[in-house]
Structure formats: structure tokens, C-alpha cells
Design a protein around this ligand. Sequence first.
Ligand code: SF4
Length: 390
Amino acid sequence: MTHSHNSGSLWNELGDGLPVERELAGRLIRARDEELPSLLGAAAAVKEHFRPRVITYSRKVFLPLTNLCRDYCGYCIFRRDPADAGAHTMTPDEVLAAAKAGEKLGCCEALFSLGDKPERAFPEMRATLRKLGYRSTLHYLEAMCELVLRETALLPHANPGLMSEEWTERLGAVCPSLGLMLETTSRALLHSGAAHDRAPDKVPALRLRTIEDAGRHQIPFTTGLLIGIGETPEDRVETLLAIRELHRRFGHIQEVIVQNFRVKPAIPMASWPEPSRGDMLRTVAVARLVLGDMNIQAPPNLSSPDYDVLLTAGINDWGGVSPLTPDFINPEAPWPHLAELERRTQAAGQRLEHRLCVYPEFVEQVAARPGLMPDRLRAAADDRGLARAA
Ligand code: SF4
């Protein structure tokens, strides 16, 4: 790695100490404004060493299988109770129609996002599942992943919330990769009035256990941080270190997302301040310096309009970008048009490449398994493990 475009005491402190550890990371995440360019330069240099001149993204169709959820996270605009306007569980026909429309537009990923275990809270969801012929939301999700695999060329990636070890294994057989945002390791957010006080599935130890279970089964896994929901900068460092530790043990974390809280009307945290641009840049840069050679993503639509500044902090991926479906999690923030994303990426001296839901370095391992999902993966991947050109 070259240290040429950096100077000053911060860079000297970084010196040979990469990846950075707790104490230094805690100092860097509180870097003063005048230190920020040097911090960003260091992070960008580490990214260039890891993935020179390339930024990836996944072209996806978003499938909100159900927006019923038993949790009440203070920042969530996606979730509904059964009686709420807009409450909906997709039918198999709706899943297939959306997946096929995405396929026509060149999508390779069917991203299933859904509320956590709604049938445990709502008899209405139990009735819906009974009518559909499934015992639980996860059974239904598994069947819909199989449907997408059978009927389209898309690869499913599922984010169903907490899973047992058995379910990570079952869903890992129909999805090349799975996801669960760790969000934070801070238990303070479970306290009364905090972001997770009515969210039993956001207990950090439980989320760490799901990620660990996925590691035990060698399932490529996406996780990440949600910043600005009441955690401290030191909590962010702890969250990054916990993710790094799991990756060191199992080698399965394919991607770490740094997501910034965006305020929306009609959420419990509607008057909560958003994290500043500086918070976001510091967190992404520290993530790069702590995680080193791991994939780091930040969603462009949550940093519009000048999202390209994230490239200066060391990300190497824009995440899932949809040519078709709105972002149901942040509906007020449309994804940038792909052509514009490519233009800005190139303007920053980077090449935009289309990856699959599973990152290239994990493709061979998943494609070597038996079954329909690995067959579909082999058909979708080119010889570098990226999306085969249409
Ligand atoms: S963020 Fe996820 S777990 Fe929390 S309320 Fe929304 S859908 Fe449910």
C-alpha cells in the first residue's frame, strides 16, 4: 500500500498499525474536522489496495414478502400491524410477477425483505399462512425462494430477521447468501424510550448468534451497522469489532453495510436528528480501517444527492440497486438511476461492476454444492464470479 497522499500525525499514528484496533478506532471515529481529510485518505488507500479501481453493485428486484412484523423499531416505516393501511403479504403470483419483471430488466437478485416472525404476534398472519398452506413465515419464504429459483434466473437473497441454526441452514440451501443487520451491539437501545425498546428481535446477543450459526454452516452473510439511532461512536466501533471477530472465526461475512438513519414522518423517531454527513464519513472510514480486506457497502439513496462522497471514505460497493422497485424500507429515498450511478463512479476514477447477490470470492464455494440453487448460480456467474453479461 502507498502512503503517498497522506500526511500529518493521524497518518503517522496509523502507520503500520492496520487493521486498527479498539483504542485507535475510538479516537479516529471522533476525528476532528481538520483530521477528516487525512482519515478519509487513509481509508481510501486501504480500499484501493483491496479492490483497485472497482466498485460493485447488485441489480435487484425488491420483494417485501410481508410487511407485518412483531417488532416495533423506532425508526421503521416498513412495518405494519394487520389493521394498518398498506399491510400486505405478497401472494406467490405477486412474487413471481415482480421477479419476472425484474428479470426482464436485467436483475440477477431477488431480495426478500420481511418483518420478523409476524405470526407469533398476529392471528391474522397465522390465518394468511394457513390459507397459503405454510406453517410459518420462514416456511413460506423458503417456498418462495424455491419458486423464484424454479421459474426465473434470479438468485434469492433473504433478510428474514432472526433465524435459528436450522433455518440458516435451510434458507442457505435456497439462497446463495443471507443477511441480517447486526445494527448495533449496544444494549442501551433496548431501554425504555430507545430505538429497540419494543423490538425483542433486536437483542444484540441473539443477532450475533444467528450470524455465528450462518458461519458454522459456511453461508455467505451480509450484515452491518445502522448509525444514528442512539448509539455512541464507541458503540459503532464495538459493532465493527464484533463483526470482524465473527469473520475471523468463520470467514463468511461477505459484506458489511454502513447504513445511516434517515428521519421519516410517522415513525416513533420522527423528531430524532439524522447522523451528519461527517458522522457517516467517519464511520465508513473507520469501518474500512478496522475491517481491512472486507467488502464495505453504503447505500447511495440514503446519502442523496451527493452520495458519491462516500467513495472518498473507502466503500467498495453500492449495494442493491433496483431498476424497478422502490426502496420499501426508505420509500422517500429513490435509488439513483443506474446510468447516473455509473457516471459518478467513473468520475471518481472507479469502474462500476455488476455483481451477484453473493460476492465473487464466495461463488465457487456455493456453486460447488449440489441442487438447483448452485445450478442457477453457476449459470449466472461469469469466470470472475461476477454477473454474466446479458
Ligand atoms: S426494522 Fe425490521 S424488525 Fe424492526 S420493525 Fe422494521 S421490519 Fe420489524
